[in-house]
Design a protein around this ligand. Sequence first.
Ligand code: FO1
Length: 330
Amino acid sequence: MAERNTMNTAPHVVVLAGGVGGAKAADGVYRLLPDTLIVIVNTGDDFEHLGLPISPDVDTVMYTLAGLHHPERGWGLAGDTFHALEMLGRYGAPTWFQLGDKDLATHILRRHWRDEGLPLSEITDRLRRALGVRARILPMSDDPVRTVVETEEGTLPFQEYFVHRRAEPRVRAIRFQHVEKARPAPGVREAIQHADVILLAPSNPYLSIDPILHVGDLRALLRARRSRVVAISPIVGGKAIKGPAAKLMAEFGLTPSPLAVAEHYRDIVGHFLLDTVDARYADAIRSLDMDVVMTDTWMRTVEDKERVARVALSSVLGDGWEKGRGAGDE
Ligand code: FO1
């Protein structure tokens, strides 16, 4: 059942996001609620490369909300060039991680501010404000958490596995180094505690959302707010929308399906947004005590993103929230 919405003000929405899929879902909400959205972003993918601190998912979300993202790749900046990368290659430096010329400015400034002692959350806030992004973007933690992937070919740091090795090695396990010491970044716990809706973006559950859930007591906080949490399936028609989620599920001995995603989230999610092509899973997901809503979840256009966001928010708030009065007032 959707929550009764008796709010007269814009709902406060938190999106838990990884990279490109997370950015798309956040962008849909941003277009509806630019001033009350808070995006909590995975930083397990962060790494230091050529001396620069790279936060790929934070940047992907930030560039997307700023309307600056590369439209096809999803990561990096539209219209960027790679002259610096070419020069690095001439020096024999590694070029497998494609840092664009404009993108480099972000990493250079982040390096500068890190060296001055600023935490990632403060740096991210400065960057997003400078780019005109009205929503808050919170890294999950200011403490370093590093995703490492145990593969049949040995242990690989996340970007080695994901970008350099194109997610090809078979995965045995995923670990989040240092997560036991990581504290949620300022504002993260409060955002989850006070949100009217918490949206789990269709990001990779194992590589992008799990790192966030492992920080401090965040999973327990979400469990306590389960009736406010809605997840969008990243698996549609047996395939991942993007990236290796379906391949990973198979390697973990699971059938890639929205049901496997729902089972993974069963303790924290009360509402599940299922693609219409996967309607046959609706009853099984309902039996996990989740409310199921169906729509076309493929987000190709701005209109798609807005529509998916609207359906997700309505699943928790009920219809009518956009008019500033809730279904419960009628
Ligand atoms: N992804 C790639 O597949 N290849 C790249 O060369 C690459 C460079 C890159 C540079 C900056 C940035 O912010 C992201 C970049 N990504 C690249 C994306 C990124 O590494 C992954 O998509 C995420 O970590 C997974 O969410």
